[in-house]
Design a protein around this ligand. Structure first.
Ligand code: NAP
Length: 216
């Protein structure tokens, strides 16, 4: 089992559970956070039963944030900033990877959910945007391989996040500063349209022309 737990805030939802399964399968300790401790514990127990493991714990979002070395947010757009601002004292010295996107997705280039969050947190923690284009269905499909765009202002943080993303079995790709995450978010809107046209549920992306590592 790798060092350092990943805390997934809002980890009882579909996206959080999909990520928890992938990181737990890779040997990471995962703490699924919830507004209700009991709900977090129940979600963790379900994942452990599915995986035949004990690697996932459930907790309140605050306890998860305190215990986690890496913080991941799969909170809904409505309420994510408020929740994370309340918890920001627990983030010192960590990184915050947010999968949240503006809902409904915006195709006209408004600041992304991650940019809004970063502005509000005002440097309390480095903010990384990742997984916006990755559907919960793709996360639950163990055979699925797709790319994950990783946005952050600091190149060192971005590279560290790419490594953590890579543990899911998907390929993290450094995709630029946080400002560029509005393009990633718009891309997600496009993918939802592609889902509708092609009558599928989890279209994703792959970037071609990169060396296998993808991260640099
Ligand atoms: N689903 C996807 O395919 C997908 C793909 C890419 C990105 N995303 C993004 O990932 C995030 C999570 O998606 P999801 O489908 O898993 O969402 P979700 O199930 O609606 O929400 C995740 C969890 O957030 C908590 N929550 C709900 N309302 C809240 C509020 N007002 N304040 C604080 N916590 C609240 C709930 O946990 P508790 O009740 O246990 O607290 C819920 O289980 C969203 O921002 C979404 O845009 C989703």
């Amino acid at each position: 089992v790798k060092e350092g737990a990943i805390a997934i805030l809002g980890g009882t939802g579909k996206e959080g559970q999909g990520l928890a399964i992938r990181w737990a399968r890779a040997g990471r300790r995962v703490i699924a956070g919830s507004r209700l401790e009991e709900k977090g514990r129940r979600a963790a127990a379900e994942i452990n039963a599915e995986l035949g493991s004990t690697g996932v714990e459930g907790a309140t979002n605050r306890d998860a944030a305190r215990a986690g070395e890496v913080i991941v947010s799969t909170l809904p757009y409505d309420g994510h900033i408020q929740t994370l601002v309340e918890l920001k004292d627990e983030f010192t010295g960590k990184m915050l990877i947010t999968a949240t996107l503006r809902w409904p997705p915006d195709l006209s280039g408004k600041p992304s959910a991650a940019e809004e969050l970063n502005e509000t947190l005002a440097g309390a923690v480095p903010v990384v945007a990742a997984f916006q284009t990755v559907s919960s269905g793709a996360l639950r499909d163990a055979g699925r391989f797709e790319d994950v765009l990783v946005f952050a202002d600091d190149a060192g943080i971005r590279q560290a996040a790419v490594a953590i993303v890579g543990e899911t079995g998907l390929r993290g790709i450094e995709a630029g500063p946080l400002k560029a995450s509005r393009v990633g978010e718009a891309l997600t809107g496009l993918l939802l349209g592609i889902n509708r046209i092609h009558r599928v549920h989890s279209a994703g992306i792959r970037i071609t022309g990169l060396p296998d590592e993808g991260g640099t």
